[in-house]
Design a binder for this molecule. Structure first.
Ligand SMILES: [Zn+2]
Length: 243
């Protein structure tokens, strides 16, 4: 089974349809989908995006697995949005750049996700040109994992710079890297598997903003075992999602 752990309703009105076509073409079975738009969205925007994901899951049964996107700064309203997502069939939590993932407002949110045994997909991008305000660096992800070692914490984009991300989270066994973004370097899949093990790497595309086939090829063509490829392309996601 091939599962894309990281995709969005974003950037285009027909994202759901376009991504479904790509999945059909390349044999992808399931896609974890979440909202994304303004860096610090208001509650209406969050709800609108989440509703779009729940609808995608209904319109394409078996393909889309919705994650709840929240702005933790909304406090109780964010907690309510989390519960609403669960009632709508969501299976995970997505956090972007509303605030650092070490901000206290994040703690009750991720604690609830852990109670439900949900994976948490946390954006992270280390940039030499400077972060967006509230944009987590891999060091923030490491700090969050040390606070909650049991959390199924997926660090998106390998942390942006995969070598930097790897150094930051290597000693945090709860952190799993996702392959979205940062996919042009040679040796990154092999390097991550060598240092952390294939159990700690998960395939994600960041569609529709990124290319499915490019990220898929990076894993399929990597110089690692077929068993490791199967874990990265679907086995690990299935384990995290309990499917
Ligand atoms: Zn993303």
């Amino acid at each position: 089974m091939i599962i894309d752990f990281h995709a969005h309703v974003w950037a285009r009105d027909d994202a759901e349809e376009a991504m479904a076509r790509e999945c059909e073409r390349h044999g992808v079975d399931k896609v974890c989908i979440s909202g994304l738009a303004s860096p610090v969205p208001d509650l209406d925007e969050v709800k609108r995006l989440n509703d779009r994901c729940y609808k995608a899951a209904r319109d394409y049964p078996g393909l889309y697995l919705p994650f709840v996107y929240v702005n933790p700064l909304h406090g109780k309203a964010a907690m309510a949005e989390l519960q609403r997502g669960r009632d709508q069939g969501a299976v995970g939590l997505k956090l972007w750049i509303s605030c650092y993932c070490t901000h206290p407002s994040v703690f009750p949110i991720v604690e609830r996700a852990m109670e439900w045994n949900w994976p948490v997909l946390q954006h992270s991008w280390h940039k030499v040109i400077g972060q967006y305000e509230g944009e987590s660096d891999p060091l923030h992800v490491a700090e969050l994992s040390r606070r909650y070692p049991e959390m199924k914490l997926v660090m998106a984009h390998f942390g942006g710079d995969w070598r930097y991300g790897l150094r930051a989270v290597r000693d945090c066994p709860g952190v799993i890297g996702d392959t979205s973004g940062s996919m042009t370097d040679n040796g990154l899949v092999e390097g991550w598997v060598r240092e952390c093990g294939a159990e700690r790497l998960i395939w994600g595309t960041d569609m529709p903003g990124a290319d499915l086939l490019l990220t898929l090829s990076k894993v399929r063509d990597a110089d690692i075992s077929e068993t490791d490829k199967a874990l990265i392309l679907g086995g690990n996601a299935a384990r995290l999602l309990g499917i």
